[in-house]
Design a protein around this ligand. Structure first.
Ligand code: ADP
Ligand code: ASP
Ligand code: MG
Length: 477
């Protein structure tokens, strides 16, 4: 039997969608719904909620030589996973899986003991430690699918997701991945099974475990969708879709019904955690529609990400914010415009693989915003050889995104009057023409986002935004 690509759907379930036995039950019901419609699902799962953070904490405790602390975290995780499996699985299925989980945890404990003994945590061993989160969750979900008649088949993602060796943020090798997916995953689909693999993890060509960066399970889903030429990619999470801003900041945020790839990519890049920034690319290249859906409210239509933006009466679709940034001011009065100077500055950032979010220049200085990371002191020390350097931490970037900015005059004025009470630094009207962004102090973010949301989503276009929740509130008032 061969599977038509329109019938193939890659379904990614994030940490909260597999956080416990009940969430995994919901996940199974959602996958059953797709199979009942005659679709073939390939499932990508994250680690159970918060497990990645805990594994990182265990790795860093071991790296400090705190063996007992690291093993205590691992023991708690062992209980959580085994208890979840016990709740989900019956009889022989549980007794069959338990030794597999125990074996994984024994390997994790050995690894943590080894790290504690040498007292050094390398990026490579850090990746190996965090990989256990997705390795374990995918095993349990695959087994749960098997018991529920969904023909679950576990696939170790590391056999398919081939990457370079940039530990912590490995770059996927798409043609190698496609070949592996065709070799290992497609035959399972064609045999009527539901392959289940962990997101986020991969391996380099030597078989050494790597990870794709935080939030990377979305990226895995897009790579699998792209590699298998799927008909759709579904990102199942804990909110109704892409919203007009993070609902944790603004509880009255509205669901955006459709958004373009370009807008979604911009939002993800500028901090909307709902999608990993690299997710969109493999999908765009193969023109695969991406849906963002809520596993706690599966009936909701979610957000459809499409090639073209729908016409919208509002200038913006959504507001994103990214914290933990640092502004670096580089002052070199006579040098700035001299040949090769800017290249020398950017080469320093390149050397440390440090991505720059925003750049602004004046006659004598250039200001850059970057993620606050551990290498900033080294970066600044190198820059200090060619300029005066000043660093200011605890900054945040607020970014308003929408293809329809182009058609609206006077937008900048409305944005700045909405946030006139906060101190703005580095304003940019987006080279891409679909975003407007500025830097502010981290502590002002929530207030600024809420003010902007009040102004720009007071009268939302019902063809693009789901206004039903707001209409219900207003009719009760
Ligand atoms: P998952 O574990 O499913 O990958 P994440 O926590 O990574 O979920 O992403 C979902 C979260 O993203 C939501 O709970 C929400 O708080 C946050 N978020 C930030 N910006 C947005 C936005 N514009 N729309 C929806 N969710 C957003
Ligand atoms: N578990 C990983 C993380 O927490 C990857 C993901 O969930 O997408 O970052
Ligand atoms: Mg995520």
């Amino acid at each position: 039997m061969s599977t038509a690509r329109e019938q193939l759907v890659v379904m990614k379930f994030g940490g909260t969608s597999v956080e416990d036995a009940k969430a995994m039950e919901r996940t199974a019901a959602i996958v059953r719904g797709r199979r009942d419609k005659g679709l073939c699902a390939v499932v990508v799962v994250s680690a159970m909620a918060k497990v990645t953070d805990q594994l990182l904490a265990a790795a860093s405790a071991a790296g400090r030589g705190d063996k007992a602390g690291a093993l205590a975290i691992s023991a708690r995780l062992r209980h959580r996973h085994i208890d979840t499996a016990a709740e989900l699985l019956e009889g022989e299925q549980f007794t069959g899986l338990q030794p597999v989980l125990d074996q994984e945890f024994n390997a994790l404990d050995d690894l943590l003991r080894g790290i504690a003994a040498v007292g050094e945590l390398t990026p490579r061993t850090n990746d190996l430690v965090v990989s256990f989160g997705e390795r374990l969750s995918s095993r349990i979900v695959a087994e749960a699918f098997l018991q529920r008649g969904l023909n679950g088949a576990h696939v170790d993602a590391r056999t398919c997701i081939i990457t370079d060796s940039h530990y912590g943020k490995a770059v996927p090798q798409e043609s190698a991945i496609e070949a592996k997916l065709v070799e290992f995953v497609l035959p399972l689909v064609e045999a009527g099974k539901t392959p289940v693999m962990g997101g986020f993890i991969g391996s380099n060509v030597e078989g050494i475990t790597t990870t794709l960066g935080r939030g990377g399970s979305d990226y895995t889903a897009a790579l699998v969708g792209g590699g298998l030429h799927a008909g759709a990619i579904e990102i199942w999470t804990d909110v109704n879709g892409i919203m007009t801003t993070d609902p944790r900041i603004c509880p009255d945020a509205l669901r955006v019904k459709t958004i373009s790839f370009e807008e979604a990519a911009e939002l993800a890049y500028f901090g909307a955690k709902v999608l990993h920034p690299a997710t969109i690319l493999p999908a765009v290249q193969k023109s695969i529609p991406v849906w963002v859906l809520n596993s706690r409210n599966a009936e909701n239509e979610g957000t459809k990400i499409t090639a073209m933006a729908a016409k919208c009466a509002s200038p913006f679709k959504s507001i994103a914010a990214k914290k933990r940034l640092t502004i670096i001011d580089i002052v070199a009065s006579r040098m700035l415009m001299s040949h090769g100077y800017l290249k020398a500055v950017f080469d320093v950032f390149d050397k440390y693989k440090c991505a720059i979010d925003m750049v602004s220049t004046s006659e004598v200085s250039i200001s850059l915003s970057v993620d606050s990371n551990q290498q900033l002191p080294e970066i600044c020390a190198e820059l200090a050889k060619i300029a005066d350097v000043k660093m200011e931490g605890h900054k945040a970037l607020v970014c308003l995104v929408g293809e329809d900015i182009r058609g609206h005059n006077g937008i900048a004025g409305r944005v700045f009057s909405a946030v006139s009470h906060v101190n703005l630094r580095m304003i940019s009207q987006g080279a891409s023409e679909i975003n407007m962004s500025f830097m502010i102090d981290e502590e002002d973010v929530e207030e600024a986002v809420r003010s902007l949301h009040r102004v720009f989503f007071a009268d939302p276009d019902a063809s693009v935004f789901d206004v039903t929740a707001r209409v219900q509130v207003e009719s009760k008032a």
